[in-house]
Design a protein around this ligand. Structure first.
Ligand SMILES: Cc1cc2nc3c(=O)[nH]c(=O)nc-3n(C[C@H](O)[C@H](O)[C@H](O)COP(=O)(O)OP(=O)(O)OC[C@H]3O[C@@H](n4cnc5c(N)ncnc54)[C@H](O)[C@@H]3O)c2cc1C
Length: 271
């Protein structure tokens, strides 16, 4: 990256280097220095399975258990839906306390992951989703920690600029990380296309997107916190509380990702 920034060819000096290298970005470390990963105390298991049609074939579901486990599942394929089935993308969030003091190990074999899932949710009886089939028919089940990083107020250094998870890693519970990454890419591409000076293009991109995505990072943390609080409440009122939290989250993301929404950061041009 240092070679890129100080390249001898003047042509190269007009080209930005985009760091889209994810949550463990080395470009980020170059750009803003080391920043701590924040662990949300949970393991996520996720998969995709082709199953019989779930409910009306369009519904997003969130199921919570008294131990704090949360299952999110929704259909992701219109062609499969047209054929009368559902391709279900699912994520199970498991708080560390469920493992009774043992920290779960990531990267277990598929067999071990399926065994863990069987013991965690194998006995859930849902009339709209066959949990056993969901686990069995997911070709690969991935496990991750629930992680993000604190929002920062700078994404660039010289002609090096961050986007996506490198810039704003967020809890995935609000399903926004990839969407925000795509908006970043479109915004940066637009700025580079219309602005010949790469420093100005980068500054325009950062000042448009940094405040918006920082707000989404914080909105995801808030939603996670609230949902964990709701888990311990009476089941008669729990659904309503979850609905309110989800709808507040959606509203917050909509409001705060509008152009010119309020800023929690700033950007300066550094050459
Ligand atoms: C369980 C879970 C569920 C999610 N669900 C959703 C969802 O429903 N909706 C949504 O919008 N988002 C979701 N996300 C978030 C989404 O996956 C990320 O926000 C998105 O992938 C970020 O894209 P990215 O391109 O910035 O980073 P990544 O997708 O992480 O891509 C970074 C790429 O850079 C490569 N790379 C890294 N370091 C180097 C290096 N040194 N040299 C070369 N290459 C390198 C990596 O191999 C990788 O290919 C979820 C995330 C998780 C963990």
């Amino acid at each position: 990256m240092t070679d890129w920034v100080r390249h001898p060819d003047p042509q190269v000096l007009t080209i930005p280097l985009v760091g889209a290298d994810g949550i463990n970005s080395v470009t980020r470390t170059y750009t803003v220095g080391a920043t701590a990963l924040h662990d949300g105390g949970m393991t996520l298991y996720r998969g995709v399975a082709d199953l019989p049609k779930m409910l009306d074939g369009e519904t997003f579901i969130l199921v919570t258990a008294d131990d704090g486990c949360r299952l999110i599942a929704y259909p992701v394929s219109a062609p499969i839906a047209r054929s009368g089935s559902s391709r279900i993308n699912w994520v199970l969030l498991v708080p560390d306390r469920v493992y009774e003091g043992q920290t779960p190990v990531l990267g277990e074999s598929q067999e071990a992951v399926r065994r863990i899932l069987g013991s965690l949710i194998g006995n859930w009886a849902l009339d709209f989703l066959d949990i056993e089939a969901m686990i069995e028919k997911s070709p690969t089940i991935k496990s991750d920690r629930l992680r993000d990083r604190d929002p920062i107020n700078q994404w660039s250094r010289s002609r090096v600029v961050l986007l996506g998870d490198a810039a704003h890693p967020m809890y995935p519970i609000g399903a926004q990380g990839a969407s925000q990454t795509i908006v970043d890419a479109a915004c940066l591409a637009g700025a580079i296309k219309t602005e010949a000076d790469p420093f100005i293009a980068i500054a325009e991109f950062v000042s448009a997107r940094l405040p918006q995505t920082n707000n989404v990072v914080l909105a995801n943390r808030k939603m996670n916190r609230e949902e964990l609080e709701h888990v311990g409440t009476a089941s008669s009122t729990r659904s309503e509380k979850f609905r309110t939290t989800t709808s507040n989250y959606r509203q917050a993301v909509r409001d705060r990702t509008r152009p010119h929404s309020s800023s929690v950061g700033h950007n300066t041009i550094e050459r």
